[in-house]
Write a protein that binds this ligand. Structure first.
Ligand code: F3S
Length: 406
């Protein structure tokens, strides 16, 4: 792979050992994927944060890297969700040992110049690339969002690759960074109008169908007139696509910014590459995503991907002045929670018996240690992962149906 003089110096260790090791990772990735060169990135988003998933080995690795006081991330970079709320872990019932180790992991990232903002929706809190920027993001739902909705360019980076990219400010030029790999592979035509959790169910169906392909959606006409998809709908869709499949990029006709480069007509000249999806398909998938035989969730866990301010507002309006029967967590970033505090949404949720939980989520936190059996979720991604990652049953439904009142 071609390296500039400056990149060669980084690779030879002139800027310290952490930069050298990071360049080794980037060059190894570039060689595997036959990249011609490295390119400058404008942002990074790094997974490998939860102590539940990276354990002591990951903590030791990061603390070792952080010993190099000369190294700091070259581009704005944020973290994926951690294993607990970094401040309010006690209130949620997590152990002191777990919380201390979790905070050490985040501190090590902080020492490397990575913002200690732990969220899978970095695009809601200032980590917002521009159209066509090269970036290195690793959380799969955020990758789908930044590629598809913003039109920046990233591969599905692993945690070490994204960290190396943040430290060097570069990534190898291959995969979704190249326009030729951003074309549609299969067309999905919606026969009926969709809304709410339908977007997650749709993503779940299509992710299974396309694997790591690039789906192209044609929505029902009503979704182009009165009921256009919101950014919240698109984040649910991308999260589900990336969890049942390995989708990193999708296009929606006349909605997402690169639908015209998708070249859908090229892949569908004989109409064989088009799959119709009906309201019945979506209903059946939504029902199948529930694994619990219980009718009510012990814990309703919302905010997958991390809730936006508008989503928290909707929950606050629903529970205001009432008492919720289930335990209720609304997962979000510390930044969005600060805005929700100021708007009075957090108070409305807390007064009803719920909690606004920062930094973590129902999948990367060890919720299996808290004694719950059935988790209520309105996210198809969470419905897909909670049984396998936490060993708990899920009820997948709209938030209005999940939340029960006393
Ligand atoms: Fe985010 Fe956790 Fe869902 S990382 S996308 S809230 S599984």
């Amino acid at each position: 792979m071609y390296l500039t003089n400056e990149e060669e110096r980084m690779y030879q260790g002139e800027y310290g050992d952490t930069v050298r090791k990071s360049m080794e990772i980037l060059i190894a990735l570039g060689d595997i994927y036959e990249a011609e060169k490295l390119v400058d990135i404008t942002s990074a988003q790094i997974s490998g944060v939860s102590y539940k998933t990276i354990g002591d080995a990951g903590l030791d690795y990061l603390e070792d890297l952080a010993l190099d006081k000369l190294t700091s991330a070259k581009v704005p970079s944020t973290l994926n969700p951690a294993g607990t709320d970094l401040d309010n872990w006690k209130q949620l019932g997590f152990s002191k040992n777990f919380a201390e180790k979790q905070n050490k992991i985040v501190d090590a990232y902080g020492a490397l110049g990575i913002s200690k903002t732990c969220t899978c929706t970095p695009y809601l809190v200032g980590n917002v690339p521009r159209f066509k920027d090269y970036v290195a993001w690793s959380e799969s739902s955020a990758v789908a969002y930044v590629n598809s909705v913003i039109g920046a360019r990233t591969n599905r980076e692993g945690g070490p690759g994204a960290l190396a990219a943040a430290i060097c400010g570069k990534t190898a030029l291959y995969g979704y960074h190249l326009e030729e790999n951003r074309k549609a592979t299969t067309i999905f035509e919606l026969e009926d109008e969709i809304s709410g959790i339908d977007y997650g169910s749709l993503g779940y169906i299509v992710g299974k169908e396309v694997g790591d392909g690039v789906p192209y959606f044609i929505l029902d006409k009503n979704n182009y007139i009165n009921n256009k998809p919101t950014n919240n709908n698109l984040k649910s869709l991308g999260a589900a696509l990336a969890s049942s499949g390995a989708v990193a990029l999708y296009h929606i006709e006349k909605i997402t910014p690169e639908f015209q480069i998708a070249e859908k007509d090229d892949i569908n000249s004989d109409n064989s590459n088009k799959i119709a999806i009906s309201a019945e398909d979506i209903k059946e998938t939504s029902e199948n995503l529930t694994s619990s035989i219980k009718n009510e969730a012990d814990l309703v866990c919302l905010g997958c991907p991390h809730a936006s301010l508008e989503e928290i507002e909707e929950i606050a309006k629903l529970v205001k002045g009432k008492k919720v029967k289930n335990d209720l967590w609304v997962c979000t970033s510390i930044n969005v929670k600060a805005a929700a505090d100021r708007m009075g949404y957090t108070k409305a949720i807390e007064d009803a018996g719920g909690l606004c939980v920062c930094d973590t989520c129902m999948v990367v936190a060890p919720i299996e240690e808290l004694g719950y059996e059935a988790i209520g979720v309105n996210s198809a991604k969470a419905a897909n992962y909670v049984p396998s990652m936490c060993g708990l049953d899920v009820i997948y439904d709209s938030l209005e149906n999940l939340i029960k009142f006393k």
